[in-house]
Design a binder for this molecule. Structure first.
Ligand SMILES: Nc1ncnc2c1ncn2[C@@H]1O[C@H](COP(=O)(O)OP(=O)(O)OP(=O)(O)O)[C@@H](O)[C@H]1O
Length: 366
């Protein structure tokens, strides 16, 4: 779908931003360009829609050398999302999204109706449509930026650090939304980020660039973590890559221990020994863990909130080894709570059992 063939970009001052890049990006894939500041990620991405032309080599889209395609025609099929959303401050949200389709000849009424549907699709309440950009939070503006880029229904979406200016909680929401959207839309997405964790979470392919605009590795996230091509890549993907690799292994082989959760009404009847814990459900959902001290507190009149220690993360059946391990390690009882997709508790997992599965997998790979 998108190919770079021996592409080099040298700026007039002599800076080589991209050095002999060869890369093929498959149709419908989510590719992340990752690397330290100044390694040529943005330059590489902008050569796809001809915002920048290469000094030598060829960039092709759908088999056509982009240098032979009119930039306006080319960009019609390529959406572009930037860090600050880049919305027009004096236009209402709905018109920010509808502008390009109107320029392309869609009636204003139709374009506005489509825009409202797109706002919903990116997780925004349509009641925001008549606001101006400054009346939205950074995360909401970023969602509008994505809706606007999708408005012309482009086959390709270029995203340049789209989520780096928002706080970590909003960023995670936006990343999850992006995963959901891509599951529905299957666009060819090229996504520039500094953040290897973001790339591992979102992308099916990651290109790691280093200084001087050199591509060091182009691989699946799993292979990048398991087999970094060189010291630069292993340094960049980080020291805890072994732990992060767990997110690619299924947790379904981890043995579950039975849990006998109780409700608040059962707390007073418990007779717990030292370091014994019971899971307490509120409204049928895991609420927290109670030990002998908690039982005493409850008998003395404390509410369920003050008698229980907060539970850790939940391991949803079908999840990864990383999620299973996290559930076990974050639980005060050492037993991670396992739930089915409907949220019903089905058992517990211990860190030792997760480690046992990891060890067996490691030996079977050797
Ligand atoms: N117009 C320009 N003129 C000269 N040098 C430039 C120009 N644009 C970018 N560069 C240089 O080219 C190199 C690559 O820049 P580019 O913006 O592609 O990197 P990047 O990896 O996207 O960086 P960042 O993550 O900081 O945005 C840098 O050394 C940069 O200073």
């Amino acid at each position: 779908m998108i190919t770079f063939d021996s592409v080099t970009k040298t700026y007039p001052d002599g800076t080589t931003a991209v050095d002999t890049l060869d890369l093929t990006i498959e149709e419908g894939s989510f590719t992340a360009f990752v690397g330290p500041s100044g390694c040529g990620k943005t330059t590489s991405m902008r050569m796809i829609n001809r915002m920048i032309d290469p000094t030598s080599g060829t960039v092709s889209v759908d088999g056509n050398d982009v240098s032979t395609v009119n930039p306006v025609t080319l960009r019609r099929g390529i959406g572009y999302v930037i860090q600050s959303a880049g919305l027009m401050p004096h236009q209402r949200i709905v018109d920010n999204v509808a502008t390009v389709p109107v320029l392309q000849g869609v009636s204003r009424k139709q374009a506005r109706n489509d825009a409202i549907r797109l706002l919903e699709r990116v997780g925004l309440d349509p009641s925001l449509a008549n606001r101006f950009p400054a009346q939205l939070s950074g995360g909401q503006q970023q969602r509008v930026g994505v809706a606007r880029a999708l408005a012309a229904d482009p086959a390709i979406l270029l995203m340049d650090e789209p989520f780096s200016a928002v706080d970590p909680v909003v960023r995670e929401d936006l990343q999850n939304e992006m995963l959901r959207l891509q599951g529905e839309l299957r666009k060819t997405i090229v996504f520039v980020t500094h953040d290897i964790d973001e790339a591992v979470k979102l992308a099916d392919r990651i290109a790691i660039f280093g200084s001087g605009g050199r591509l060091h590795q182009y691989d699946t996230p799993e292979r990048l973590l398991a087999a970094p091509a060189d010291d630069f890549v292993s340094g960049f993907v980080g020291r805890d890559r072994g732990y992060r690799l767990l997110q690619f292994s299924s947790g379904s082989d981890v043995a579950l221990e039975p849990l006998a959760p109780i409700t608040e009404s059962g707390i007073d009847a418990l007779d717990l020994g030292p370091d014994e814990w019971r899971l307490v459900l509120v409204d049928g959902r895991p609420f927290g863990w109670v030990d002998a001290d908690g039982v005493r507190a409850h008998a003395g009149g404390a509410g369920v909130y003050d008698s229980c220690s907060a539970g850790g993360s939940l391991f949803v059946e079908g999840g990864t080894l990383r999620q299973a391990l996290d559930a076990a390690l974050s639980s005060p009882s050492g037993l991670g709570v396992v739930v089915d997709s409907g949220g019903t508790v089905t058992g517990g997992v211990r860190a030792a059992d997760v480690l046992g599965v990891i060890e067996r997998e490691r030996k079977s790979v050797r």
